[in-house]
Ligand binder design. Structure first.
Ligand code: SF4
Ligand code: SF4
Length: 387
């Protein structure tokens, strides 16, 4: 049944429990929070690489804690929390991000997504199957608990892209190889969304990330919290706040074109509290978009071979390695889907750019800020709206 898409947005200046509890309660009341009485609820935060909360890479533990409390106040039988960052092993528990600790304190159960995953056929991908956690089929309600962040590949992270973390561990890297362009990756993400079918989305935009996200960007206080009964609508609001035209983002286009959104026109989305058009951050440092290639790939992307898509993607800015900063941890080598990297103990990382598909997974997992994204024409791979 079609829902009426509602995005409730409120100011929330701090991560203090009292303020978040009150704002979250208001947002969820305004934006049609699902009936969870006696139900099992799965929360999917964005953990990415289990970094310290103040780096703005992960959903803040305070937001997750408030949401767990809200779920129990509304009668949930059990609240579960899970994610599966690419670089961590099967027994991963998020410690640095403090999410494991919050689960314990608030009485939520941490889930291991890599345990007994089930294969699911992903619509729109010519029959490709991906593993997804078994727990997904055993809960009644799934909530994406996202972070407002830029993303080198998809321009913005958001509540739909956040669900990619449900694909266990390094299975995610293989997806980058199979879907090398922004457009093909967006098609896979939209298919994944149609399988997972999340019921609700919350977005932590109190301290967001601008610049070269999703892991190497700059934390920025934006003082907002968002909730929606339609994750695709929430991502539209996020795009507007960041200063993007929503349909310029391949994932939003794909979700709309595949009729996976609850809205048809942007005007169908209701904003009962703040309107994102009034919240645009004029100098937000966004990822630069290539207008010409964007249009061509949007029109012809599905028709061209993966080899041509890969060559197209290789025109994108390269990851650059600073071997003075590199701590030789090998994470980037492990996650690289193109097998483009080798670690030389003396020289550091050696990259073969002819094998690099510009997925930026290496940049996401580097703990030492040793990887930057190439700047082009002096303008950089990320820009502020005013530049
Ligand atoms: S070098 Fe980095 S950007 Fe290139 S394919 Fe490997 S992980 Fe992706
Ligand atoms: S570049 Fe970063 S991720 Fe790669 S080995 Fe060096 S420190 Fe580790």
């Amino acid at each position: 049944m079609k829902k009426y898409p509602i995005v409730a947005i409120s100011r929330c200046g701090t991560y203090h429990d009292d303020e978040i509890d009150a704002v979250l309660e208001k947002l969820c009341s305004m934006a049609d929070f699902p009936d969870i009485l006696n139900k099992r609820v799965l929360l999917k935060p964005n953990i990415l690489s289990d970094a310290a909360p103040e780096k703005a890479i992960t959903t803040r533990p305070e937001i997750l804690a408030a949401l767990i409390r809200l779920c129990y106040r509304r009668g949930a039988d059990q609240v579960l929390v899970g994610d599966s960052p690419g670089i961590h092993g099967p027994n991963f528990i998020p410690k640095t991000s403090m999410i494991g600790e919050v689960c314990e304190k608030e009485g939520a159960q941490w889930c291991e997504f890599a345990k007994e995953p089930r294969m699911h056929r992903i619509p729109g991908t010519l029959g490709h199957k991906l593993p997804l956690p078994k727990i997904m089929d055993d809960v009644d309600v799934i909530i994406s608990v996202a972070k407002l962040k830029t993303h080198q590949l998809m321009y913005a992270t958001g509540s739909v892209k956040n669900l990619f973390g449900m694909v266990p561990g390094l299975h995610k890297s293989a997806c980058h190889m199979r879907y090398p362009t922004r457009e093909s990756f967006a098609r896979m993400l939209a298919g994944l969304y149609s399988v997972i079918k999340p019921h609700y989305a919350i977005m932590d935009a109190i301290v967001s990330m601008e610049g070269p996200g999703p892991a190497g960007g700059i934390p920025r206080h934006t003082g907002l919290l968002l909730a929606s009964n339609d994750p695709t609508a929430l991502d539209v609001a996020q795009a507007i706040i960041m200063g993007y035209q929503p349909f310029s983002l391949p994932l939003i286009r794909e979700l709309h074109d595949k009729k996976l959104s609850q809205w048809n026109k942007l005007e169908d989305i209701a904003y009962p509290l703040l309107n994102p058009e009034k919240l645009v951050i004029a100098d937000f440092k966004r990822i630069k978009q290539e207008k010409r290639t964007r249009l061509l790939m949007a029109l012809f992307g599905p028709l061209v071979s993966r080899f041509i898509q890969l060559k197209h993607q290789q025109k994108e800015p390269k990851p650059l390695f600073d071997n003075d900063l590199c701590i030789r941890c090998g994470r980037c080598v492990k996650i690289c889907p193109g097998k483009a990297l080798t670690l030389d103990k003396d020289r550091g990382i050696v990259a073969d750019y002819s094998a690099c598909i510009r997925c930026y997974c290496c940049h996401e997992v580097c703990p030492a800020d040793a990887i930057t994204i190439e700047k082009r024409n002096g303008s950089g791979s990320w820009i502020s709206r005013q530049s």
